[in-house]
Design a protein around this ligand. Structure first.
Ligand code: SF4
Length: 332
């Protein structure tokens, strides 16, 4: 009699934001011997540091997938609309899971898992939203939500026995208590608070994003990355002007500079670096110089020396600082 071939280990690919739920989801699957790897999606709108930290603590391999084109496309045209700001959460979840589904196929994972909890969030985690996300992601029964699985339709890996449904959970609602208890049993400590961290949910950031969408459009990545730094102004001639708030902003603005842009910075007093992306007119460049002067450490000076490096010319000019009311009027 021949010995039956040992069954290959079940392999899951789990979305990992780094928050407690996504960590627990991995722990619950590993608790029944499933091999889990994690995936996180990167874009200018959300940081991946928590996911990296969590993956290192859990000892799971983390796949980092660029997601900027996906999320920008969804911001431009979200089929399920926005949440409270410019956050297309239902489409975003569905797209991340769809991308994970493509990786599942290419890399031989049995199914995709997430840390979603039924009814934890009022819009994006209702039963209806979870069903919409599953349908749009198109994984055909290969999407498992281990934390609420027993309250949801059984998935393919549960039905064919690769996953023991009896050892999955039935978490439901907004209370975090059960998760915190579970965290103790799995030895998870020092996990981040559930509060978002996604810039698309922040109204201040979305004002700048909406302005960019309206004027320059969202086709290029660079203007989107620039939204993360400095104060942003829409000048009277229609140009955009970005002015650093601190050394970090100034360095980032210089790093993102490219041929065709105009750089503006104070010469005789400490002050910010300003940048007008390509195509700025002369009038707007002079306004930008006055804005930089206004944020310079000018003491009692009535004028500040500002250096302008435009594609066509470089010069130093002495300008009075831009009045406060104008700054407020043009600031995004
Ligand atoms: S909060 Fe941001 S990252 Fe999270 S689902 Fe919504 S849009 Fe996507």
């Amino acid at each position: 009699m021949t010995t039956p071939e040992p069954r290959p280990p079940v392999r899951a690919l789990s979305l990992l934001s780094g928050g407690l739920d996504s960590q627990l989801s991995i722990c619950v699957l590993r608790d029944q011997g499933i091999h889990v790897e994690a995936v996180v999606f990167s874009s200018p709108f959300f940081k991946i540091d928590s996911a990296k930290k969590a993956a290192a603590k859990l000892g799971v391999k983390l796949h980092i997938v660029p997601f900027i084109k996906d999320i920008v496309g969804l911001v431009e045209s979200p089929s399920h609309g926005f949440g409270g700001a410019m956050n297309p959460c239902i489409d975003c979840h569905a797209r991340m899971i769809q991308r994970a589904g493509e990786m599942r196929e290419a890399m031989g994972f049995d199914f995709v898992a997430t840390g979603e909890v039924l009814n934890q969030r009022p819009m994006s985690q209702t039963r209806r939203s979870l069903e919409t996300v599953a349908r749009d992601a198109g994984l055909n029964g290969l999407l498992l939500r281990p934390l609420s699985a027993r309250l949801l339709e059984p998935t393919v890996p549960e039905m064919d026995g690769r996953v023991d449904r009896g050892r999955l959970l039935e978490l439901n609602g907004r209370s975090r208590k059960p998760q915190m208890e579970l965290a103790k049993t799995f030895g998870l400590e020092d996990y981040p608070s559930p509060a978002g961290g996604c810039l698309l949910t922040e109204k201040g950031f979305c004002r700048k994003l909406a302005d960019l969408k309206e004027h320059e459009g969202l086709k290029d990545d660079r203007p989107i990355w620039l939204l993360l730094y400095g104060r942003h102004f829409r000048l009277p001639g229609g140009s955009k002007c970005i002015v650093g708030r601190d050394v970090r902003d100034n360095a980032a603005i210089k790093k993102l500079f490219k041929n065709g842009d105009t750089l503006v910075y104070t010469v005789n007093v400490p002050g910010p670096t300003g940048m007008l992306p390509e195509g700025a007119g002369q009038e707007d460049i002079l306004v930008a110089a006055a804005i930089c002067a206004a944020y310079g450490d000018r003491g009692t000076r009535h004028e500040v020396l500002v250096k302008i490096q435009s594609p066509a010319w470089t010069k130093e000019i002495s300008v009075p600082p831009c009045p406060k009311e104008r700054l407020q009027e043009w600031m995004l």
